[in-house]
Design a protein around this ligand. Sequence first.
Ligand code: NDP
Length: 434
Amino acid sequence: MAESKTVHSPLLTYFSVLSLLTLCPPFVILLWYTMVHADGSVSQTFDYLKQHGLKGLIDIWPRPTATAWKIIACYSAFEAALQLLLPGKRVEGPLTTMGNRPVYKANGMAAYVVTLVTYLGLWWFGIFNPTVVYDHLGEIFSALIFGSFVFCVFLYIKGHVAPSSTDSGSSGNVIIDFYWGMELYPRIGKHFDIKVFTNCRFGMMSWAVLAVTYCIKQYEVNGRVADSMLVNTVLMLVYVTKFFWWEAGYWSTMDIAHDRAGFYICWGCLVWVPSIYTSPGMYLVNHPVNLGTQLALYILVAGILCIYTNYDCDRQRQEFRRTNGKCLVWGKAPSKIVASYTTTSGETKSSLLLTSGWWGLSRHFHYVPEILSAFFWTVPALFNHFLPFFYVIFLTILLFDRAKRDDDRCRSKYGKYWKLYCEKVPYRIIPGIY
Ligand code: NDP
């Protein structure tokens, strides 16, 4: 069995576990409460909590209702069925350290289109009104908080008693196993990949579904959709569309190929993505800011350019790896490093590191357009309140930490070859600065 290695020190892991367990759930509820019931004003919520203390928090914490559970159950079952049943090309994931190569069915784009068409169809034909989701949002988040915790306990038990592959293992510490996860590719049966479900079909899909929900809610309340909401929704949908277009590429990124299925990633995708990632749209429902056509178009175009650039960085790296360096990068033959490394089973393998194009500007340049895209779909909210910008700030911290984690991992994997890459491309994220 593979050793389960932690990416942070045990102390930081304990701190993260405790914070995720104790701070993130109330944060999700307070963010929802502030956006929906306190005019988006942090100080209003703060004053309320100052006056009412812990009891105040308990009072506003929505109890998971039958409606909330039903919505989650129908959505999950629908997405799981699409994942299993829709046709798709056979795609092989990257080779794992244990020498396994997971196989996927690339039907994400089809699932995305079917989901949005079904959701809009249900609304159009009066079968289900998406405003019900918005009206029960707090209860849904509350149910997700508890339901996802139970799901992670299931993952922990499965990792111990019925791992799906040899890419699984225990660190010897219960808390770390629960938090970072034990299995790299847990599956139910041979075909149902749990991480594809949690990360892509539940988490990322919910982002698009909720973006549309917020738009419809504003339309039903005001009889029209403000240009700020339109820009926000279109940019978020372009981003999620890009994600599903490239979903098979996502299966070779850190989330899937390196991070194990545990509380950290699964709780994040099941709770944090639907609540925090969608929060600028949640704010706009009750704040129909009018930007004017010109400003709205400028923001829209800037946002689309950033999303495209982010996509092109990922595409460039993956095309380079797929063709074994036999491709053009910005019209020229790519410059590269042939980096060899040793697998846990002692075999020597090699990978190519691209050192030109976007990957020659800095080692994680793709995070710059990622952060800017988030800024552009948030800025339509303008600057009356800080809270809509929380996601941009969170994302910046997350990606700076991720760049460091990835550098550390690559340094220990490639040794002197990574050092050489760092000499050729000295900046980690922002060319010339960091
Ligand atoms: P990637 O998986 O795309 O890239 C990192 C990996 O690529 C490294 O671990 C290494 O893996 C390989 N690599 C590193 N340098 C090179 C190089 N020069 N040439 C070839 N291969 C290299 O990173 P992420 O998973 O962080 O990002 C994927 C996408 O997801 C990005 O678009 C990012 O912006 C987005 N993202 C979004 C987040 C969000 O919350 N909104 C969070 C995180 C990411 P190997 O071992 O194969 O060499």
